[in-house]
Design a protein around this ligand. Structure first.
Ligand SMILES: Nc1ncnc2c1ncn2[C@@H]1O[C@H](COP(=O)(O)OP(=O)(O)OP(=O)(O)O)[C@@H](O)[C@H]1O
Length: 181
């Protein structure tokens, strides 16, 4: 099977704007499919318990990858999750790491009603650039890009840039990519 569209990961600390970016990109570029991993895992029986301390579901990563594999082989996925290292390198053409100013992130998470400990933990993750390091450690640095997601203008600019990148990828891969390799 050949995939004719790239697969993109949109990652970043919770509240950075992954879902906002992924949704808008999929609205603007025909053929792309938004995979909100938390929802996808729930809908595909890939939940393996609940982490009370973190107040979040535990995803069974093996089951998740099995469920995603056929879709990843078709291509055109925009994978939206706060973790990127589990996705095989052969699936992924671009890793977008969204970054956000600490005060803004604090306000966004507080507005969501997150408890103080969860807000602090996530702001620290952002300060320590945890997601950027994870992306660079697990994928070729040439496919990892860092984008600021701080206001509506930056959201629009980022999405236009990503849409242009997809258009260029398609032109550069007229026969697609062989997913059996
Ligand atoms: N670039 C931006 N400009 C203005 N508001 C933004 C921007 N990005 C995100 N937001 C706002 O921040 C909040 C969190 O955004 P979003 O749900 O897209 O983040 P997320 O990274 O997907 O979070 P999670 O990992 O928890 O799902 C939303 O209220 C959204 O409207």
């Amino acid at each position: 099977m050949f995939r004719k569209l790239p697969n993109i990961i949109v990652t970043g600390t919770p509240g950075c704007g992954k879902t906002s970016h992924a949704e808008l990109l999929c609205e603007q570029v025909k053929g792309l499919t938004h995979i909100n991993v938390s929802e996808f895992a729930k809908n595909n029986d890939c939940i393996d318990g609940y982490d009370k301390e973190r107040d979040s579901a535990i995803v069974d990563e093996d089951k998740l990858l099995d469920a995603l594999e056929p879709l990843a082989c078709k291509g055109g996925l925009v994978i939206d999750w706060h973790c990127c290292e589990i996705f095989p390198e052969r699936w992924i053409d671009l890793v977008v790491v969204l970054r956000c100013n600490n005060t803004m992130l604090y306000n966004r998470l507080t507005k969501r009603g997150y408890k103080e400990s969860k807000v602090r933990e996530n702001v620290e993750v952002e300060i320590m650039q945890v997601l950027l390091t994870e992306a660079k450690d697990n994928y070729d640095e040439n496919i990892v890009i860092e984008l600021a997601s701080e206001d509506v203008d930056s959201l629009d600019e980022n999405v236009s840039r990503l849409a242009q990148w997809v258009e260029n990828w398609v032109k550069d891969h007229p026969d697609g990519i062989d997913t059996s390799l």
